[in-house]
Design a protein around this ligand. Structure first.
Ligand code: GLY
Length: 369
């Protein structure tokens, strides 16, 4: 390990105490003019709300300041409101409760956190469609019937089910995760190793209907965050099941991603976006980096470790704001290609960047199942 990662960790740990103190009582999604927004009042069901707690727990593991722990626990407690509103319960239970409740359990005993994980796992398992062998992503949106929609991001929620299967010693959870992962390998991963974002199935027959463009450029394109969710998510399915089929799948995805990393090391929003479009998504870089580092544990190929380090180092040198007076850490993140707004701070960019750096320095905690 070159000492660049240790220097980067030192910069993160120098910046974040001030950010955490300023951000007591909020759950950020993004930032404007260097100040975080707050989802805790009106948008407690937003899918990214767990990442603030996760960021706090990762920092606490590296530097046990009480402010990190208090912010993390407050976030976890605020999110209890989700359990009382079905609209706040979708397939993103993994993103909500692994960085909060499981991270909490990794640091200290917490019966309340265990309870939340059990409730979240049961709810996620209840979204499984046994006819099509997929986990339904979202609830219906007004007129839109989404019962047949599954999305690649869900691969990152499966570790909640792997955790439940192992912890409760009840094979149903693992079986549901396994079946969803197999469906995703079959219908989301293309021959060239790229992945699509959304697939629509017929919920009554289970038949594949079509794939949808989702948050990328369009149908058939390679939305980079989706590629990153697939890369990290299938690697985690391998970690938890040790089934070679997932390692084969993830190697295809990883190699396709590697082939398309630009010379700059900065990741576009979609690998297929027009050449004159320079929009970036730093979250895709940070998530893919974590996926490459995890994959390198199972595949004897230094390329994956190097790719993970290079992506993180590029972010550290070109896209990070280490000023303690500025709330956000990682800049130039993009939620969706067709949104009006691009290249702004997003909390899961900060989370995965810090997870990756602390993985390199050996100070972080593993929270994905
Ligand atoms: N899970 C939604 C996204 O990645 O934006």
């Amino acid at each position: 390990m070159g000492n660049w990662a240790e220097e980067c960790e030192a910069k993160i740990l120098a910046k974040m105490p001030a950010v955490a103190e300023r951000s007591r009582g909020i759950i950020p999604y993004s930032a404007q003019n260097g100040r975080f927004d707050d989802m805790s009042k009106d948008r407690i069901g937003w899918w990214t709300n767990g990442f603030w707690g996760g960021l706090m727990w990762q920092l606490y593991a590296a530097d046990p300041r009480e402010v990190y722990r208090e912010n993390a626990i407050r976030t976890e407690e605020e999110m209890d409101r989700c359990f009382l509103d079905y609209r706040s319960m979708d397939h993103d239970s993994g993103f909500r409760w692994l960085p909060t409740s499981l991270a909490h359990l990794r640091v200290e005993d917490s019966p309340e956190s265990y309870n939340r994980l059990r409730l979240a796992a049961d709810n996620l398992a209840g979204r499984f469609n046994p006819i099509g062998n997929y986990i339904r992503a979202w609830n219906d949106w007004d007129e839109s019937r989404n019962g047949g929609w599954a999305i690649i991001d869900c691969m990152m929620n499966l570790p909640l089910l792997y955790w439940a299967g192992k912890t409760i010693e009840d094979p149903r959870y693992t079986e549901i995760a396994l079946r969803h992962a197999r469906t995703a390998a079959q219908h989301f991963v293309r021959e060239d190793g790229s992945v699509c974002h959304i697939v629509e199935f017929n919920p009554a027959t289970g038949a594949f209907v079509k794939s949808l463009g989702g948050q990328g450029l369009g149908v058939g394109s390679s939305w980079t965050r989706g590629q990153a969710w697939g890369l990290y998510g299938f690697t985690l399915s391998y970690r938890h099941t040790k089934k070679e089929e997932f390692l084969d799948t993830v190697r295809k995805i990883a190699d396709a991603f590697l082939r398309r990393i630009p010379a700059s090391g900065l990741i576009p929003v979609d690998f297929d976006q027009p050449l004159d479009c320079s929009w970036e998504d730093s979250t895709a870089a940070a998530i893919a980096a974590c996926g490459f580092l995890e994959l390198s544990k199972y595949v004897n190929n230094i390329t994956y470790q190097e790719a993970g380090e290079r992506l993180l180092r590029t972010l550290a040198e070109k896209r990070c704001n280490f000023d303690p007076e500025t709330d956000e850490l990682v800049e130039k993140c993009t939620a969706a290609y067709h949104d009006e707004k691009h290249e702004f701070p997003i909390i899961y960019g900060d989370y995965y960047f810090v997870e990756g750096i602390l993985r390199l320095t050996g100070k972080g905690i593993f929270i994905w199942g």
